[in-house]
Design a protein around this ligand. Sequence first.
Ligand code: HEC
Length: 223
Amino acid sequence: MSRFRNLLPLVGLCVAAPALALDATMFDLSGIGREATAEEIAGWAIDILPDGTGAPEGRGTVAEGEDLFVMYCAVCHGDFGEGAGRWPQLAGGTGSLASHDPIKTVGSYWPYASILVDYINRSMPFGYAQSLTPDEVYAISAYILWLGDVVLDDDFELSHENVGRIEMPNAGGFFPDDRETAESHFWEAPCMSDCGAGAAQITMRAVVLDVTPEDDSPGARID
Ligand code: HEC
């Protein structure tokens, strides 16, 4: 009984809590924090949409990107995007998606070039995120698109104007989740009442079936 006595003050607190919660002044948060300014929000809102909306102004060519990539990225991703050691591979793998060992890279897998610009702009080089200028980001992205055979001309220039219009090879490989219709035959409504023929019958009991482990069997509990 003594251990229950220790619980009593706790029970008392629980009963009192709803009454305290009603005292609104306890939770008055005015004076804490302030609305973010438009300028502060703009610093965080750097996302680029598939059609290029939000892309920072700038431009860069494949050739410019090659030098920058070798300087900032190749130590991890390899000179040609092949991946150094176990760092991620950025090029190659075209046509491998349906194979036993799919290789997902920018060229083989990504649906939009804008994601590439967005990703590099916000997070690369690894450990020095957001250190590149928009022109550098476009040039490096152009080089990666060229490595992945998405663009073939090494004079190609990527910019905020055309980034939303690049056709990626696997763009058609993505579609909205349609399992509710495409796999509707798997989704029969479960029976919720009067299911099956007649009421369930008890035909045997576990104790008779002898499914309970014996005391000395491997699965038996040892107290
Ligand atoms: C120190 C190593 C390192 C350096 C340098 C580096 N990256 Fe990365 N990169 C990574 C790692 C690690 C990931 C995976 C991050 C993750 O999945 O969260 C990655 C992922 C990526 C991806 C996405 C790959 C995918 O298919 O998911 C791209 C694109 C990329 N990096 C581009 C660049 C570019 C461009 C540069 C140079 C400006 C660069 N990286 C520099 C380590 C590095």
